[in-house]
Write a protein that binds this ligand. Structure first.
Ligand code: ATP
Ligand code: MG
Length: 730
């Protein structure tokens, strides 16, 4: 067995060994917080604690999986097998499968994803005859999400005058009614959205003391990673579960709190000390991840924030290269530069594609980057964005699968009832919806008993037969599911519903790729079934499979091949590390985001995001920005991000700063290569001037360059040591 205690420094080891009582580790990026949690679990198991009694909450399911493998390597697979590890959502969805019937939900409840939720909300807003420009479905859902994550139920809302007034002032006086309708609708469909998974868990733990007691006994040891990003609802769950044994260990970094917009509450860190006054605190200060340059540059960034706990992060790693700053002329140019750097470094530094990450603020930025990587023939994968499970053909197929286990799932029913086309039109569907409403019944119930309802709701015999056939089709597979494995049933269903046939008929490249996707889904079902059958406590059920895919986070990329360049938003990069990191699009209104510069609090969250981005890098980091960018369908001028000015220039290496006189003259002063082959024509005027001038006031290298530029590529004042290396690099 590996002696894991030797793989820890002194404070880390103490945190690992302090298994009894409340423990909090608030420490900077790369200081080994996740490592402490991992070895702490191994240590518990090693001491003889049953894996059944350990609960560990991570930010992504992938992180949980990696942690579990690491632990299994230390203590053996059989010791680790019963560990409950995963995101809050997946862990408590699993618990709700058992307990949700207490609240009147079916145990096979459906999990509505954001797309389902938006669809339900749009219908409600239409039915209520409200203006969609005022009641924007996504916005309304965001507001409801806030209520739920603060445990404000429909009833609590209606008793809360302050909230009612706030919504009325925000021109949304009908919020309360919408909230009620939305909750009713989901409940009737036997469905929970993501926030419900936490809200209902809280409800059960509060209303049913014997259930609370059962889980308190079960989870004698609780661990939470990325604690700074838990919301109030999550905080309360953890608090309730831990209140009997108080063996709780939370680790996090206030400087990396980046989900306030989704209700994460940094006060949870402060509350921890109040909730457990005798909590043991272990500060970790040594960063093992990054070079000195990166650690120090990151320290100078976060120092600009007023709201932060004092921390001293240092590293004994080598000094490393300065952070290269590249000023591009267009997003295409930026992407080309990044691709070329990756290309060169693969050779010069013996790196593999997986050693690189390109981080950006918004998903839309990936397009140009992907194109440049493709042109170079560099393998890459994009996290987030439109995930596999959001594709139409996959959602259609999954719609049928959902209907099999929960026929009340209205979203699934509406998606499948006339796809593939079987002559059930919109008018018929509207009539069915009205009937369901009138009879206080579910949609499926009306369809199933259509012969009874048809005459009163004005549906003719032909249509009635079609509806009947549809209900029988679903019923048939529900029966088959009792005796056959999930793969056989779904395969058979894909054929019998006509779904495969419809896809096969489309021989366009898009059609072929849709068919391949469905095949891929079927393969993954097969894989899932096989995998689960091998596990002692495996769950090879259809609902198990559906739960897995509903809760796959954007960070849980399904791509098997992981030796690829990683493209993702900064939000998704939390907790990860890569030898080389590019932070692209460092421009005003992009990073920091335009939506987030109005208040200091918002700006500080953006700055923490920038801090998270930089601290992902182990050896080399790049900052890139462009003076123009294709956004919202046109080319716009951009200014460099204020964050670039905030980094101490001693840690930066400005690669190609073109000075204003050159910019205003013809473009011959610029390398022709920068324009590349995409017929980019530089805008006549760069509005980036003002920002660059102000940057020049702060950055000595810019100041020096402004009067008489020696050459386009220059170095900060006083820098001698790494000049040659940097030049060679360029
Ligand atoms: P973040 O705040 O980004 O989540 P973290 O504090 O969780 O970071 P880890 O990911 O646990 O940090 O550790 C960062 C890196 O340093 C990892 O590669 C880890 O293996 C390594 N590391 C941590 N502690 C030690 C140690 N004592 N000896 C050697 N390597 C270590
Ligand atoms: Mg971590």
């Amino acid at each position: 067995m590996e002696n894991y205690l030797d793989l820890l420094n002194e404070p880390q080891r103490k945190a690992v060994e302090a298994t009894e009582g409340p423990v909090m580790v608030i420490a900077g990026a790369g200081s080994g917080k996740t490592r402490v949690l991992t070895y702490r679990i191994a240590h518990l198991l090693n001491k003889g604690v049953d894996s059944f009694n350990i609960l560990s909450l991570t930010f992504t399911n992938k992180a949980a999986k990696e942690m579990k493998e690491r632990i299994a390597n230390v203590v053996g697979h059989s010791e680790a097998k019963n560990l409950w590890m995963g995101t809050f959502h997946s862990v408590f969805a699993r618990m709700l499968r058992v307990e949700a019937p207490l609240l009147g939900y079916p145990s096979d409840f459906t999990i509505y994803d954001q797309q389902d939720a938006v669809s339900v909300m749009s219908k409600i807003i239409t039915e209520m005859n409200l203006d969609k420009d005022i009641y924007k479905p996504k916005q309304v859902l965001g507001r409801i999400s806030q209520y739920k994550n603060n445990l404000i139920t429909v009833r609590a809302y209606h008793n809360n005058q302050a909230l009612i007034e706030a919504d009325a002032e925000a021109m949304k006086p009908r919020m309360g009614d919408i909230y009620r309708a939305y909750v009713d609708r989901c409940f009737k469909s036997g469905a929970m959205d993501f926030d419900d998974l936490l809200l209902r868990t809280n409800e059960i733990l509060t209303r049913f003391p014997e259930v609370l007691s059962k889980y308190q006994e079960r989870f004698k040891y609780i661990m939470v990673d990325e604690y700074q990003d838990t919301n109030h609802s999550q905080y309360l769950i953890v608090k309730a579960l831990a209140s009997r044994y108080e063996n709780i260990c939370v680790v996090g970094d206030d400087a990396q709190s980046i989900y306030a917009f989704r209700g994460a509450n940094i006060r949870n860190i402060l509350s921890f000390k109040q909730d457990y006054p005798d909590a043991q605190l272990y500060p970790l200060e040594q960063n093992y991840r990054s070079s000195q340059n990166i650690v120090q540059a990151a320290n100078t960034i976060i120092a600009h924030n007023q709201d932060q706990l004092e921390k001293n992060v240092w590293t004994s790693n080598e000094e490393g290269e300065k952070i290269a700053v590249y000023r591009a002329l267009s997003d295409a140019d930026e992407a080309r530069y990044i691709a070329s750097q990756i290309w060169e470094r693969q050779i010069s530094d013996h790196l593999q594609p997986k050693d690189f990450a390109i981080l950006y603020r918004t998903n839309a930025q990936s397009r140009a980057l992907e194109e440049a990587l493709r042109k170079r023939g560099i393998k890459y994968r994009v996290f987030g964005g439109t995930s596999f499970y959001q594709r139409k053909e996959i959602k259609d197929m999954v719609g049928y699968m959902r209907l099999l286990i929960n026929q009340n799932d209205e979203e699934a029913l509406l998606r499948t009832i006339n796809y593939p086309a079987r002559g059930i039109g919109q008018t018929t569907i509207s009539k069915l919806l009205v009937a369901a409403d009138q009879h206080q019944s579910t949609l499926f119930n009306i369809v199933e008993n259509i012969s009874m309802y048809a005459p009163t709701i004005g549906i003719n015999a032909g249509t009635s037969n079609k509806l009947n056939d549809f209900a029988l089709l679903i019923k048939r597979f529900q029966v088959m599911l009792k005796t056959h494995d999930v793969y056989e049933v779904t395969m058979e269903m894909a054929k019998a519903t006509g779904l495969l046939r419809t896809l096969k008929e489309d021989s366009t490249p898009e059609g072929i790729s849709r068919l391949e996707n469905v095949q891929e889904l079927l393969n993954s079902i097969q894989g899932y079934v096989d995998e689960q059958k091998q596990l002692e406590d495996g769950d090879a059920s259809l609902s198990g499979f559906l739960e897995n895919i509903a809760l796959a986070t954007d960070a849980d990329n399904t791509d098997e091949d992981d030796n690829q360049v990683n493209l993702m938003t900064v939000h998704l990069a939390k907790g990860l590390e890569f030898p080389v990191v590019f932070i692209a699009g460092l421009e005003e209104n992009l990073f920091p985001s335009m939506m987030a510069v109005n208040t200091r609090a918002e700006l500080e969250e953006e700055r923490r995001l920038f801090y998270v981005a930089l601290t992902r890098a182990e050896k080399v980091a790049y900052f890139t920005y462009s003076v123009s960018r294709f956004r919202w369908g046109k080319i716009i001028d951009c200014e460099p991000s204020r964050f670039l000015e905030e980094v101490d220039s001693n840690y930066l290496d400005w690669k190609n700063l073109h000075i204003p006189t050159q910019r205003n003259s013809n473009n011959s002063g610029l390398s022709a290569d920068l324009f590349g082959d995409d017929n980019y024509s530089a805008p006549a005027r760069y509005s980036s001037e003002s920002r660059e001038k102000s940057a020049a006031r702060q950055n000595p290298n810019i100041r020096r360059a402004t009067p008489t530029p020696p050459k386009a590529n220059f170095k900060p004042v006083g820098e001698t040591k790494s000049t040659s290396a940097n030049t060679a690099n360029h």
